[in-house]
Write a protein that binds this ligand. Structure first.
Ligand code: SF4
Length: 218
């Protein structure tokens, strides 16, 4: 039986209601996370950089941790890395507004040092809850630290990038962090190949979903 397009209590289309509730859930998470003091980084941060973007994004982009610009503004991927990420996304026909962008750590480690294990342990529940709310199809992981943390391995970038990796219910792609690309422009080509592969996969999955929906509605 085909489900009703409208909720019985009001006239808001169901899809829109799902998007609204995801936005509300994310807003609640944002407010709670801003008060988080679960690890030592609470004492050195200026802002908690929770994440931003489309609450129903098909793709979530996850980096390592906020840097100085992000800490100052409270927004993820601003400054030079953010500009480069914007260009990378545009090159494969994604607008920044249609995806969701965040990091494994929500507060800046002093001097941009790598996250410590206990900080990751304290902070990961925020990220897992974000993914639970947004329910993306694809995750683009930026950099080795974020990839090793999320995928729980110790593999090199050479092994992780350039292929589809299934983690939980998500299709993941790993590529270089934009900050690393700014330091090593030679890696841009590999990053370009990675995001193109991700785009092709995204198009295949969207088509599959459209066909599936079409079959259900017939
Ligand atoms: S890094 Fe994460 S766990 Fe630590 S204080 Fe910030 S939000 Fe909380």
């Amino acid at each position: 039986m085909q489900g009703s397009l409208f909720d019985s209590e009001d006239n808001t289309p169901s899809e829109e209601r799902i998007a609204l509730s995801a936005a509300e859930e994310l807003a609640k998470l944002q407010e709670t996370a801003k008060e988080c003091r679960k690890c030592r980084l609470a004492s050195t941060r200026r802002n908690v950089v929770v994440g931003e973007g489309n609450p129903r994004a098909d793709m979530v982009i996850i980096g390592e941790a906020p840097g100085a610009d992000e800490d100052a503004s409270g927004r993820p991927f601003v400054g030079r890395s953010g500009q480069l990420l914007g260009k990378i996304l545009q090159a494969v026909h994604f607008e920044r507004e249609e995806v969701y962008i965040c990091n494994i750590l929500k507060c800046r480690p002093p001097g941009n040092r790598n996250p410590l294990q206990d900080e990751i342990f304290c902070c990961m529940p925020w990220l897992l809850r974000q993914l639970e709310i947004i329910k993306p199809e694809i995750i683009l992981i930026l950099g080795k630290v974020a990839a090793n943390t999320i995928l729980e391995n110790n593999l090199s970038m050479g092994v992780m990038r350039g292929r589809l990796i299934r983690w939980k219910e998500f299709d993941c792609f790993v590529t270089y962090h934009p900050a690393a690309l700014l330091r090593n422009p030679n890696w841009k080509r590999a990053c370009w190949e990675d995001v193109q592969m991700m785009r092709r996969h995204y198009e295949k999955s969207s088509r599959r979903e459209t066909l599936h929906k079409h079959e259900i509605e017939r």
